[in-house]
Design a binder for this molecule. Sequence first.
Ligand code: SF4
Ligand code: SF4
Length: 581
Amino acid sequence: MAQVETENKGFRLLPAPSKFENGEVKFGDRDIKIGGPLPKLAQDEKLIRVTHSLCPACYRLLPATIFEKDEKMYIRKICPEHGEFEDLYYGDVGMYYKFDYWEYEGKGPRVPYVDLKSPCPYNCGLCPMHHQHSALVNLVITNRCDLSCWYCFFYAEKAGYVFEPTLEQIKFMVDQLKRQDTTIVIQVTGGEPTLREDIVEVIKLLRESGVRHIQLNSWGGTFAKMYMADPDKAVRYAIALREAGVNTVYMSFDGTTRKTNPKNHWEVPYTLEVFRRAGMTSVVLVPTVIKTVNDHDLGNIVKFAARNMDVVRAINFQPVSLTGMMKRNMRAKFRITIPEVLKNIEDQTDGEVTRDSWYPIGTSVVFSRLVEALTGKEQFEMANHPSCGAGTYIYIEWRNGEPHFIPISKFIDLEGLLEYFKEKAEELKEGANKYWIGMKLLYNVRKFIDKEKGPKDFDVYKMLYNVVVSHNYEALGEWHYRTLFLGTMHFMDLYNYDINRVMRCDIHYVVPDGRVIPFCTYNVLNDLYRDKVLREYQIPLDDWIKKHGENSLGDAMKYRRVASTLEKGEIYKETYKYFNE
Ligand code: SF4
Ligand code: SF4
């Protein structure tokens, strides 16, 4: 894979990872079949669209129908060898159509990275068929982890090797991303990235290489562990990361109780305390939402974020992706999709964060295109599929010591505003005067804001005016600390896989052979992509231990929680005092 073969506009294409021969895809030592029958619909089912999906057993590429039944959407496919598979695709057909209206075609990567030899999704990437440039790129800097979660097959001891790219390899990967000539946003991930002793150096390298925004994906244990041993050292460590360039910490947080968040319930209070003292004030809480496990705790997660908004800026709810083969009844037990997550949030916030306040990620394209038309500079776009994700902003108002939530769509006519922006972008494209349109925008935006329904103690229009006209960003800072961004993304699995979605994926991984691979092929076809590339660049366990010592792997470095000690701390008690089991 490492050899380059052809030239394309000055960029050298890497060889495709597979080839299509005699009606089959040859991918490493696997032969993957293509095609199958188009599933039929029953009388009470209505076709929404046809797509392609995969057989969960053999990865065969299959035609699939997405249909409506009882106001929900399902996906069905039939593998000639392994039979029929059906799963919930989206829990509310009305929401699907609302979101679908905001569908935008992406610009595609400016340059593809690999030659085209096989159909999607066997040709990552990015290949010439891909519709989107990268928006957020994951960079795995280690597969070592101090936890050993039962569902994870990725950490070093389970994988049987260590993957830890060198600084030179990291630099090469960033250079590969620069080929897209767009804003580079990287999430440094693992394993547990903070186990790398040179992490500060890694972050500095990314910053010096031109990465605009750096996220650190951590379960947070390193900070809590350090805090328990030496609080000042923990704070110094977080400051060093922040000063090196970490903008945001992405932290798993599945619930507000021991039961809903067994992963880091005990450590989170201490981790947040470290961030608070270190001025690391942009934490994103990341709950994986599993039906019957923590889907009743989503409103509390929003309240938890509100109570910690001095450091928490956002929550990214991720409906579970069901990995591995799973029987239908088990899938039905755990499967939850974006509409049910939004409904639960609405119900569990006493109707305050309504489901109609959410918009698909693609609506951001409207802003990108307007700014592009106004400035003449090409803008970064997030034109992923409307079923992939959504977001909303909520303003937090405190009454009698309780947080209340006002979604911005309650006081800004977002739909009207988006349509207005679309119209102005079109006018600019047709040659209208930029200055004149800019003034009109500024004047007319007021009409879309309903002051009566908005926050009583904050003038949204004044803030917009100050930012745009006076370039005074003070109010924006205050706004930032009074609002939370709520997002959701439903990563796919083999049961609900939709090729239409992955072709427009903008969440990618960059890997040491120079490819850029969409998240939902990297992790879903993990043996074809993730494991294959990591194995290729592996460090055998014995070699690693020889170089780094016994304590850098295995039981010696695994985290051992002493829950009773953590629970005794005032910080723990204070953090959870509003949340009961
Ligand atoms: S997911 Fe994108 S990069 Fe991968 S094969 Fe499909 S179109 Fe190509
Ligand atoms: S990661 Fe998966 S869910 Fe997210 S944009 Fe890509 S295809 Fe869609």
